[in-house]
Design a protein around this ligand. Sequence first.
Ligand SMILES: [Fe+2]
Length: 758
Amino acid sequence: MSAPGNLTGYADPLNARCGGSVDFMLHDATPGTAEISLVRLLHGDTNPLGPGFVEKEVTGVTLPRTVAVGPQYVPLGSWARARDPDGVLSASLPSATLFAFIKPTMPGAREQIIAGTWDPATKRGFALLLTEGGQVALRLGDEAGTAEIVCPKPVAAHAWHFVAGGWDETGKLLIWQKGLISRWNSLVGPAPGYDLDAAATEQLERPVLPCGGQFTLAAALTGDDRAVAHYNGKIDRHGILNAMAGHDELASLAAGELPAAERLLAYWDTTAGYTDKGIGDVIRDVGPHGLHAHGINRPIRAMTGWNWDGRNDSFRLAPHQYGGIAFHDDALVDCGWQASVSIEIPPDLPSGIYALRVSKDGSEDHVPFFVRPDKARADMAVLMPTFTYLAYANEHLSFEAPIAQAICANTPVVSEADLTWKQQEAFGLSTYDVHSDYAGVCYSSWRRPIQNMRPKYRMPAIGAPWAFPADLSLIWWLDAAGYEVNVVTDHDLAAEGLELIAPYRAVLTGTHPEYYSLGMLDALEDYVAGGGRVGYLGGNGLYWVTEVRDEEPWCIEVRKLDTGSRAWQAAPGEGYLATTGDRSGLWRARGRPPQKLVALGFTTEGMDESQPFERMPDSFEPEAAWLFEGVGHDELIGNFGLGLGGASGLEMDRYDLTLGTPPHTLLVASSFNHSDNYPLVSEDITYAFPGRGGTQDPQVRGDIAFYANAKGGAVFAAGSIAWSQALPCNGGRNNVARIMTNVLDAFRSSDPPFLPRT
Ligand SMILES: [Fe+2]
């Protein structure tokens, strides 16, 4: 589809490296010339209580002053295309049968191509499709004209069917449909007695012998190589016979029998290719010509198929029941834009957060990216939560979720910029959104403009920055306080593991390090166990099992499962990641609660107001004296902040020995007096009863905790998203900053004031 008018773009890779390069893909609906410059981002939040937006011009990097920009196409929608170099399927087919198992989710919405070679531009080829009326049809086209036969009965939404269309050289057409609703596989069961079986034949006066086109799944391809008429729903095994099938043969196929080899032109076995580590985007044709199809924009695999019997909850146990591939007309994993400009990053450029500042005709955008060092060049690293940034990328929750206002207890504050973006939804969805058929979004990518990963962006539902722009408050304070740090990202840690962070004395997290891969979690755990020191400076961290493919790091996958604060919930049997084969959902549900590593774990969220921390008895123990040097006994810690006015707020974590907080952990501070807009998190709710809000449940609080181990490793955990957003207040001189200074000075020391303990 056409991209919106705004001047915007994305950087690839998002996690660039000193000595490497980064490409910028820019777009503006109106062609012209944009001025560009490289800036270092230090602060984003424009709240007047902080330093405001702070950027520094970067010199010493070769960059043109201007670049040409123009409109770029956004290839929205997932689909697949078969490789057919010898033109097996585009040759004239005098007689054939095209068949597929389907579970449509939006029949009747508009015309949707299920499979075939139909080219809407030339009106040639063949296809099975859903008509505007939600009926399956076979369409044929040759140089002399087109023909179509429509099934007399519409399909049912969210129900499995076997459908087939056939033709022969005499001009006979056939359409055939059989309902396959089982106890397990569809939205409704057998009890209502849906009769979805139907068939029709027709005799044309002149046979239509389709030819031309490329074989596609879930969309048709136009002459300019653009996919249109996207299908929403699942497609399971499908194929083409080299002759018109009879009733018995169709009944046999609908029962799941394999077609006879001599009858096959192609047969895409969507269950082929699974391994214990997941499945990729290739849909294998096990027929004689090997016309494998390649998915575009990640058609979703590891999904139940028409024959799922409910016994196994993963493709790892029953791959033959996982032939379903889900397609969505609004999926977007890779814009695939042309690079407008590339930058070679000097080896000695300071590691940090940068942006290409782009301006044209009075509008301006910052396209951010991260630069990590070629090797550790400081004793501390900030681990930027880029997985979280992608999980939230272009979230629509603030606009579309009816619960958003109830969660936030705020009237949304919507700016003109928000409305402009809302009108322009071409850049895809976040893992907080659902597709047009209400299925959850499990993939999110940096290969597209991300409106809320911008320095000045403010989440309209809460009127404050979230994630990337909020994390800049930590970056600004570190710089202002004179700490030299390297910047690394989740993506670097996922790819390199412990080796990335091992050289640093300390690693600091962002405000909301929520999405974690197994490799990231293991690396951070090994880092602490081996003597590393972690400043866990956030809320709701280490929460969702999230993975990327090694070779395609730009795209994360997460599946939201049966517990946790979740925007959607995966369907039964669909909780394992196609990316790696891992069970997704909460790390806590896999035996890895965050308390085991950072002493704290998610306990509440709210967005009306934040509160200060208060010192707890452990803070007065001699072993905690160093931590509170300069802080009075009764002093409220962080009764200020850019995150709703306090250091404990938005999302908070608590100490809990039953969830793995190390028993020798010092619980040094907690927050109180939270409102009932802060309820206890759902994963802690077994029985539902009233009284779980902040005014009633003592588990609704934020905690600050500390522990050290025998190797000199240590964790300081301030379990609140709002913690680092308090740092910039009063010019960076305040008691939150004082505690941070105490922590960082200790963490950087070879002779720290904390005693190794176990
Ligand atoms: Fe979150």
